[in-house]
Design a protein around this ligand. Sequence first.
Ligand SMILES: Cc1cc2nc3c(=O)[nH]c(=O)nc-3n(C[C@H](O)[C@H](O)[C@H](O)COP(=O)(O)OP(=O)(O)OC[C@H]3O[C@@H](n4cnc5c(N)ncnc54)[C@H](O)[C@@H]3O)c2cc1C
Ligand code: SF4
Length: 536
Amino acid sequence: MASVLIVGSGASAVHFALSVLKKGHEVTMLDVGHPKPAALNPDDSVNDLKARLSDPVRYFLGERYEGVVYPGSKGEYYGIPPTKHYVFSPPTAFHVEATGFEPLSSFGQGGLAEAWTGGAYPFNDHDLAAFPFRYRDLEPYYGEVARRIGITGANDDLARFLPLHAHLLEPLALDPHSLRLLADYERQRRDLNRALGCYLGRSRTAALTRDTDDRKACTYRGRCLWGCPLDALYTPSLTLKECQRYPGFRYLPNMYVSHFTLAGSRRVGGVVAEDLARTALRELHADTYVLAAGTLSSSQIFMESFLKATGKTLTLPGLMDNRQILIPFVNLRMLGQTYPPESYQYHQLALGIEPPRPEEYVHGLITTLKAAMVHPIIHSLPLDLRTSLFVFRNLRAGLGIVNVNLYDRQRPENHLTLRPGPGSGRSTLVIHYTPAAGERIAISRAIRTVKKLLRRLGCLVPPGMIHVRPMGASVHYAGTIPMSTTAAPRTVSKDCRSHDLDNLYIVDGATFPFLPAKNITFTLMANAVRVAETAF
Ligand SMILES: Cc1cc2nc3c(=O)[nH]c(=O)nc-3n(C[C@H](O)[C@H](O)[C@H](O)COP(=O)(O)OP(=O)(O)OC[C@H]3O[C@@H](n4cnc5c(N)ncnc54)[C@H](O)[C@@H]3O)c2cc1C
Ligand code: SF4
């Protein structure tokens, strides 16, 4: 039985931990780990909350109105609600500087996916071409993660891009607008497939449509954005709770990890963390060390370890993120209908665009507007407030947004490095990102195709409202310590074991050598389970 020390409690960390615990190993998990507040009035719908909470304004907009998205907020159509602020609040010693990139980090229990929208899309062999394994090597672990967390999906037109793994649950009930879009697609699908290369189908969503032991099936209460009170929508803190049932598991929150100490030139000797409750440094020891603190933090800890040991500042090239484009639309066929506030809030449909070259696959998530914070939409209409309100109320049932994702590949100019802090203090994480030369063309092509598709489905894209999100906004960070079949420095093996330090594994997005247009988290979890199952 080995002692394993894991940094982080996000999606990557908890699935890795659960698998090694099941094999009988002892696990210590170090985490900053701001805890999730308890859900209020769990049986209430979103509208019940507005009526029944003693202070609904505070719940929805925050004590200092921090949930308000103010005009001029660079075209974002929703903000992070106050109930999720704990996910993103950093320790005071965390410093980051970025050019060309807007990074988002989590130090919450469960990590960034405590605030995710649950899109769970498996990579296929084209997506995995640069990885040292194939889809069939990952498939059992996609099935295992789907069994653990619950993923809905269907064998539809998207199966050509999204392989069908085991344990898919039946899809969620469609809201009327999504139902309409799908019916209109199905009527013309051959033509849309042939003329535009567009395929539409059901989202793969990490939400339950069946009760399990501890979690309830979705009851369509429309509270997804503020945090599902029934745990129907999966978040990693649920798997953390499962880990806590094992006697060999020790969870240490309030521990802000700085670096590893080295034992000789090729082994980690210990991990140094600041105990935030006591403002004291601690060093902990284990047989094997696992970095799963998210690509940015894992890379920072890795670089800080070398800096402390050798005085040398590393640069890690190859940072990737998906460029996202938000394309709002109005479905003219839904005019005059009422909107259903009690619905699953996030995307229920997805689209895939067949590319000229397989790695250029374009992936889109279609979210119809149900319950949401609507003020960012109203203030972004190019009209005065009174007219905007009038227009919004009349169009509401037909409003939606396509979130288009583009692939990214490793390029040396996109890198992470450190600027050493004063004395022995913490370094600043420095990030630099420059888009690829042909990116503008890829963006324009994707927008053109999606607009044509929407037109065929009876939808208009209002002029001036398409928003190309900044790099960093998709929060699918990857590529800085990639898997490699050659034992080069600053890479890991097929089993995600460091080629620099023999008793160190890295099991988050840092190890991905390519980033397809698909949301990354399902593959992070499946890969972490693969490493735990094959290397431990
Ligand atoms: C609004 C939003 C929506 C999203 N929607 C989707 C989606 O639909 N589908 C999808 O696939 N992905 C989505 N994502 C992305 C997804 O959340 C991330 O890919 C995923 O959470 C990454 O998991 P991770 O475990 O690798 O890292 P993280 O989630 O970043 O977890 C990092 C963990 O490490 C801990 N940690 C970090 N640094 C330290 C340190 N120095 N010391 C100790 N502990 C540390 C943190 O406390 C945290 O527990 C979304 C993200 C956001 C923000
Ligand atoms: S609609 Fe969202 S918040 Fe409500 S039960 Fe379903 S997943 Fe949870």
